[in-house]
Design a protein around this ligand. Sequence first.
Ligand code: UD1
Length: 459
Amino acid sequence: MDMLVVQGGRPLSGTVYVDGAKNAALPIMAACLAIEGSVSLGRVPDLVDVRTMTLLLSSLGVDVQASGENSVVIDASSAGSWVAEYDLVRRMRASICVLGPLLARFGKARVSLPGGCNIGHRPVDLHLKGLAALGADIQIVNGYIIAECNRLQGAELSLAGPFGSTVTGTCNVLMAACVAKGRTVIRSAAMEPEVVDLGQFLIAAGAEIRGLGTSVIEVDGVDGLHAAEYQIVPDRIEAATLAIAAAATRGSVLIPNAPVDDLHQVLEMLKAAGVDVDVSCAGLAIQTSKVLTSVDVVAQPYPGIPTDCQAQFMALLTTVKGRSSVRDTVFPDRFMHASELLRMGATIQRHSDMAEIEGGTKLTGANVMASDLRASAALVIAALAADGISCVRRIYHLDRGYAKLERKLSTLGAIIDRVSDNEPGRPHYLQHINQQNEMPTGRASPPRSDGSSSANDHR
Ligand code: UD1
């Protein structure tokens, strides 16, 4: 298993580009199931979750071929199975995105229930309610969703849930509605940019959709979707993560292709904390020339601050003097990262759906364990800001949603290496980490996986 070893305390500096959005790429790939023709997708991020979706589509008989860097061609003409097995679905919740397209294509689907995960209870009742409103007969048997319909029928439905709308639920219903007979009106639809991107892709494939990006989406069903070419939107969560990392290290970073319109609230919050945020035709520029101030962050459905940025904000706020808070209204239990941040010397108190952070005491490097995708990013940010060496373990979570993050951070001047937990150099390495308290701060340097030192290396 790989881990990231980070020597903190260096401001990030330079220019970095983000990849395509994971949360747009996954439903768009799934939507190809409903298209009998060849789809060419660009800016597909090289992520473990994308590879899992590729495996899942292949298991259904879809042809998925890489065609150059970050491009794939997907042809579902020969798809023949409507069964998404537990073994693949359990690896990634977004596998549920095949449910709507399978129903649209075959009039039946058997998809394993994805189950819970480390960020809290994650039911799919709203997905099922929406698809049932379109005429699907749905049962849960032996851990599988079994759905059947003759032809899907357009309907008026609402996807409002106790924590807002549902992003992948809106995607599922949207994909099914495109080929349903007649008009569908989805109320309380998710407004996230990734849903908009899926909708734009479906329009490129012949769908008739209005109201994307609002809470009411109208779809006039068509008889079939056709071949298309599409570029996935750049990843707003990756851009936010890099911007927050720049602020946490008091650095200065330019992200030329950041989707700034989708980051409005994130950027406003960074500004409120005293970060210099400049949006121009050159892209998103983050600078931290002033002393930062404490802020209260509330994660909400779009256009609010995304729950997927909550952990990264928490890491930043541990570095800011004074009392800040982070509240998550979407996943109220998503605070596993807080206890790992404590290991680095942070002061955080959890109260229900909120955490209070008493920031400003310098974090110190430590061994920490990632619990989920965005928690991993938060721990890397904290490690970059901390004094000394940190070792972030279980980074397979990170690889699900960030393509080669350590390489991007290295180009910004971070000292960060990916090493295998099992490789022969490990004992020497751990000794190095364990001894760091005896070493003068800021002078220790992690050995690389090839055994060489990366001290004073400005990669
Ligand atoms: C998507 C994103 C994830 C992000 C989340 C919230 C993908 C692949 N993943 O996940 O990164 O953190 O949106 O922005 O796009 N809920 C119900 N019933 C349902 C569905 C959801 O009660 O049927 C609840 C959830 O428990 C949660 C809230 O609604 O509290 C939002 O969940 P949802 O938007 O569905 O998250 P995902 O689509 O799974």
